[in-house]
Design a protein around this ligand. Structure first.
Ligand SMILES: [Zn+2]
Ligand SMILES: [Zn+2]
Ligand SMILES: [Zn+2]
Length: 162
């Protein structure tokens, strides 16, 4: 598997589904949400922006602490915003880290596959296009309908392996 060419981080990697700029990403997110008949409210947008700016998966309470200027923001507000972003395919939760990341791959169907490095603690989402097909095929064969799936792969990243 050509893992080097396929893996990338969300906002820094130079691929069609990973815009370099937060503003460009937010504009795309706005369109995506509108196309689904929803609204990217101020708070949802702010939470997404914080996720984009975070260099590592963000915990809900860190997001809460950084929502300055949104005095009314309380934990339920954050969780609702995070749920919304996940429903829209704009963010994923990494259960094992109890943390959230923005997803740059909303433009193509995929199952979220996270590469979590046990040496440096880094977590990046794989540009995964075949995983979802294989997973759907095999789970359908088992008579199961997937609503959502997040795959958390643990191991060593290319930087730490070098
Ligand atoms: Zn994703
Ligand atoms: Zn590493
Ligand atoms: Zn992608």
């Amino acid at each position: 598997m050509a893992a080097m060419a396929q893996s990338h981080t969300h906002v820094h990697a130079n691929t069609p589904c990973s815009p370099q700029e937060a503003e460009a990403f937010l504009a795309q997110a706005e369109t995506l949400v509108q196309n689904k008949g929803q609204k990217l409210t101020r708070i949802r947008r702010k939470v997404l922006h914080l996720l984009l700016e975070s260099s590592e998966p963000a915990k809900a309470y860190d997001l809460l602490a950084n929502l300055d200027g949104e005095g009314a923001a309380k934990p339920p507000t954050i969780y609702r915003a995070l749920d919304f972003l996940q429903d829209m395919g704009l963010a994923h939760k990494i259960e094992s880290l109890n943390a959230y990341v923005a997803c740059g791959h909303a433009s193509h169907p995929h199952s979220a596959v996270f590469l979590i490095c046990e040496s440096c603690g880094g977590a990046e989402e794989l540009h995964a296009v075949d995983t979802s097909k294989a997973l759907t095929k095999e789970t359908k064969a088992a008579g199961f309908n997937i609503r959502t799936a997040v795959i958390e792969a643990r191991g060593t990243c290319r930087n730490c392996a070098a």
